[in-house]
Design a protein around this ligand. Structure first.
Ligand SMILES: [Zn+2]
Length: 243
């Protein structure tokens, strides 16, 4: 299994965290992983990622997304946002369990289907603003994306960049999240014509970030975008304020 390396650290507290990692190496696999399995494909809506009961998803979507245009072609998730994955995400993001990104990315890689043309496919992480990355020392979406690409032998292309430092999506009301991320991203000057993109993030909440990123990738020429995330929050946002 590929393991992610911690990107270059840029501030003393992150450096201190790395020293602690060396003294007391965190495990590579989340607690409870042995008894856990990802969701079956029919457990959720392949458009919006919401949990779905048997027979409740039609080709037009589920009750949460039916007939609502979505910019990505489909969405793959490992799990709904609940035990134990909610705790894994918090550990991954806030308690320096960055090494878990390798195992989690590998799990995600196993549930992403076969692409039409692997030679014209790139994996792209949702970027983190340099200030937040500077504080945290790593971007977990980047580490997950690298694990996915390694596991499947695909190319990784960090094409997206974050141009504005904005509050975390979970810190503001769901109705304001599209405004919060609008004009916060850009793409590198690349031509994606003829390429399919797998867009990776750790969590989907309202989908505002994924929508913005998908539209930019399409503006850069991507013929399709497939979003893949570790977990999808309850569409009502319940239980999600702690992230
Ligand atoms: Zn749906």
């Amino acid at each position: 299994m590929p393991t992610a390396r911690l990107p270059q650290l840029r501030r003393p507290i992150a450096w201190l965290g790395q020293v602690l990692d060396e003294l007391m190496p965190p495990g590579l696999v989340p607690d409870g992983a042995a008894d856990w399995r990802p969701d079956r494909e029919d457990a959720y809506c392949p458009r919006c990622g919401a949990s779905a009961g048997e027979g409740s998803v039609t080709p037009r979507g589920c009750a949460f997304c039916v007939d609502r245009p979505l910019p990505w072609q489909r969405l793959t998730r490992l799990s709904y946002y609940g035990e134990p994955v909610d705790e894994w995400i918090r550990e991954l993001k806030f308690r320096r369990r960055w090494r878990w990104a390798g195992w989690l990315g590998n799990q995600l890689a196993q549930v992403i289907g076969e692409p039409n043309d692997p030679k014209h496919l790139v994996v792209c992480p949702v970027p983190m603003h340099r200030l937040r990355r500077w504080r945290r020392g790593y971007n977990q979406a980047d580490l997950i994306a690298r694990a996915v690409a390694d596991a499947r032998g695909w190319s990784i292309a960090p094409i997206l960049k974050r141009t504005r430092h904005t509050p975390p999506q979970t810190a503001i009301a769901p109705s304001r999240r599209h405004d919060n991320v609008r004009h916060s991203f850009d793409t590198e000057p690349v031509d994606l014509t003829g390429y399919d993109v797998i867009l990776i993030d750790d969590v989907k909440t309202t989908g505002a970030t994924l929508s913005t990123c998908t539209r930019l990738l399409k503006q850069a020429g991507a013929q399709s975008v497939h979003a893949a995330v570790l977990t999808v929050a309850d569409p009502k946002g319940q239980g999600f304020t702690a992230i």
